[in-house]
Design a protein around this ligand. Sequence first.
Ligand SMILES: [Zn+2]
Length: 527
Amino acid sequence: MFDILIKNGIVADGDSDETRQADIAITAGSIAYIAHSIETNNAKKVIDAKGQIVAPGFVDVHSHSDYYLIIDSRASSKVLQGVTSEIGGNCGYSAAPMSGEVLERRAKDYKEQFGIDVNWSGMNEFLETLSNAKPAVNFGALLGYNTIRGSIMGPNSSQPSAHDMKEIKGMIAQGLDDGALGMSVGVVYPPACFAKAEEFVEAYKVVAEKEKVFTSHIRSEGAGLLDALTEVTNVARKSGAKLQVSHLKTAGKANWGKLDRAFDILESARADGVWLMADRYPYLASNTGLQVALPDRAFDGGRDMLVEKLKNPKEREAFKADILLNHPEAEYWDTVMVSQVVTEKNKDIEGLTVSEGAKKRGKDIFTYFFDLLVEENTEIEAIFFCMTQENMDRIIEKPWVVIGSDAGARAIDGPLALGRPHPRTFGTFPKFFKEYVREKQMFTIPEAVKKTTTHACDFFGIKNRGRLKKGWAADVVVFNPDTIGDTSTYVAPLSYPTGINCVLVNGVLTVENGKETGRTGGTILTA
Ligand SMILES: [Zn+2]
């Protein structure tokens, strides 16, 4: 007797270049049998998938859910998109391993904002806590280099001594042994922004030795894009680690013409034998902390020191001069929208651009910008409208680019229904299928399924997932190819997509008829 039988669906199994009509039987969390027709009276539950695509659940290779899965284990914004697995800990920021000041600050922040106890330090302890939370999605962890460097060396710009490097490498090796799939770095963020390429080469040799993945939010995605890509590909060449370039883009109009040269750098690394991929979300705006507009030196010494600097009129003048060098055009601030603040008193400016917010507060742009950072203790999320459709299409078209949301799991209710998160949080995968498969027909369904599942599992070395195969984990999405689509917008983002009918995670029916069932079946992914 099978637990679940998915009948009459059009199967895109992640392997074949064709779809085929087939029934899929599931028992004890795994795919028990796939055949043209399986008797319904052999199953406890039957799902009729007539006219719908049955595919391996989507793998979100670029997630920031780490803490969120503990705060709200439903992972609603993910499972309702058809995502069954996530890879978190991206952009250098991971929930583990961490120690010292980093751990103290995070424990305080997450207790205050979400009421959770950050009572872990090592990756093994974090994964145990996460597993106990019984998340709805599978989670693969990356170590965050920024988190590790901050733990060992503090939040400052100093260069590592031989002793520091030994400790850093020890922490990396332990984290990988504890189950991490690789290590991320956010070179644009402190304290990794203070590190030189040689430091990354040393650190990533540990990752390469264990045949794990190196993911990088590179040093610049705008004016310094080409240098940053050269740097990161050289780190991959010299360390030997597999490289995933995070959210590949050309940010800022002045840099849109650099895409061909960017492709040349990446494709020549591939030609040299670097196993290289990139991820991308199908949106034209990026999302990160508002403070990213500040120069690197602002972050030397950590957050408390940054807030003090931001109160100092002299520092403000110097920061302003630096910001104006990068963004001389006054319209720049019309393209930056504050999406989430922490304090109650500033909630009214969520959803407003920096220009609009400044006007509302009756301040000039820079006074408003610095005041806001001080009032919010620098914890401000912002959306930057900086990309172009043509380049996005060309990036997504590349066979070595996979889809990743760059978002953590959220929900339209509960503790994570906060602010105005980037719509990629709710719509990445349905939007990809709607625009790139149904509308532009850039990919067939089997190609799109590989781009959202199979390639990611192969690259990260995740076994028994990313394909519908006998004996493999029953991570399955059933969706309507004619109606799959996003509904989340920049203005009203808290909105689930359409066309996702059923989602199974390790055989647990998590979404049925487009609604969450309340059951969760996620596990920790290892490679
Ligand atoms: Zn990033």
